[in-house]
Design a protein around this ligand. Structure first.
Ligand code: F6R
Length: 378
């Protein structure tokens, strides 16, 4: 049951199981594993011309939408095998990707109104006329607001249904974008015959259980609130992860700094050792995502080095063995999940941590200073 919501941000964090359900219902036929009534379990509603000869994907976005895009890049490359590049929309017109034929350009924007992202699209639209119509880049908008300006600038739209988000900090809109990226990657992977039918079954069953697993994380909110109380005066946070959770480290840092105004930075855990680690001492708190999977051992090895510098270490992980547990000062548990889908879960405790730290600092978590829901100026 939902507790009383004092703020929109908390309400919107708690809406995420329903948002995931709505996205899955929109794009996936989850009965498919038992009852194969259609050729594919994925129905994005895109025409055949969208897929023809697709060789490369370019993505432009800002802020939290950029972090969703970085997770999307991982799925598009690792599941569907399509080379994918992501760039800040604000940088794109001055540093565009070389114009390549048969490319899909995706603009990702929760509001559909962000000036930098719309400008990047206008730039792409103008220059694509240099290529013959058959191999021109296709423009796809991925947005939580389908009736926005974005729609007028793209050939196709994928809607991430998350209903209105009032809190300025994006939470449920981010998770909805992730689900849409995941279904797009699955769709492309199936069409390119990159997935065995057994692996597809496993991935569909895993995604179906996400709402229930998000609810399990939300049921432990009190422990996160308690930890937030202990951290309220901390002045520096570092968020670390490797692989598919690296963008979630960036997102955790963004959520915390934009709501609480505390200095926070996200790094790829291996890269952090190349200089930034010098910042660590007893005053710094490190929040690390360490999910079992292909990067687990490497992440733990990185965290040993972090621990040796005296920093407080908080882990976002599944229940761990005692050797790993001894490394962490606190642990925020995540249910078992396929590593590929783990970003959809690991972001939840980070949203809650940012929320509670901000509330305990007495700040207006729904309206951080100087920020608006969409940035309509460059
Ligand atoms: C952070 C946040 C911003 C937006 C960014 C892009 O919580 O909301 O970083 O993600 O301004 O906005 P959209 O997605 O509307 O283009």
């Amino acid at each position: 049951r939902h507790p009383e919501f004092r703020h929109f941000m908390l309400k919107e964090i708690y809406e995420q199981p329903d948002v995931v359900r709505a996205c899955l219902e929109k794009y996936l036929n989850l009965d498919w594993t038992q009852n194969r009534t259609s050729e594919s379990p994925i129905h994005l509603g895109l025409p055949a011309s969208f897929y023809n000869g697709l060789a490369e994907i370019h993505i432009v976005a800002c802020g939290t939408s950029l972090h969703a895009s970085l997770v999307g890049q991982y799925w598009l490359e690792q599941l569907a095998g399509i080379p994918t590049r992501v760039r800040y929309a604000s940088e794109f017109p001055d540093h565009p990707f070389p114009l390549t034929p048969n490319t899909l350009t995706i603009a990702v924007t929760q509001s559909g109104e962000t000036a930098d992202t719309l400008k990047a699209l206008t730039f792409e639209q103008q220059r694509r006329s240099q290529l013959t119509p058959a191999c021109r880049p296709r423009l796809l908008g991925l947005t939580n607001q389908p009736n926005s300006t974005l729609q007028q600038r793209v050939d196709h739209i994928l809607h991430a249904p998350s209903e209105q988000e009032v809190g300025v900090a994006a939470t449920k809109s981010f998770v909805a974008q992730l689900i849409v990226f995941y279904t797009l990657a699955l769709d492309l992977a199936c069409r390119r015959q990159m997935l065995s039918s057994d692996r597809l079954d496993i991935l569909l069953r895993e995604v179906e259980r996400l709402p229930e697993k998000i609810s399990q994380i939300l049921a432990a909110t009190d422990a996160i609130a308690q930890l937030a109380k202990e951290l309220v005066d901390t002045q520096d946070f570092i968020f670390l992860a490797r692989g598919i959770n690296y963008p979630i480290a960036l997102e955790g840092a963004l959520k915390l700094k934009e709501t609480s105004y505390i200095h926070a930075e996200g790094y790829a855990a291996g890269e952090f050792l190349h200089g930034p680690i010098a910042i660590l001492d007893e005053q710094v708190t490190v929040v690390a995502i360490a999910m079992p999977g292909q990067v687990y051992d490497k992440t733990l090895a990185n965290l040993q080095k972090v621990k040796s510098r005296g920093a407080r270490l908080i882990a976002i992980t599944t229940p761990v063995n005692s050797e790993a547990a001894a490394l962490f000062d606190s642990l925020l548990p995540i249910p078992d999940v396929d590593e590929l889908l783990s970003p959809i879960l690991t972001v939840i405790p980070l949203q809650l941590l940012a929320y509670y730290i901000t509330v305990y600092r007495g700040l207006d978590v729904d309206r951080p200073r100087g920020l608006t829901k969409s940035l309509s100026a460059e």
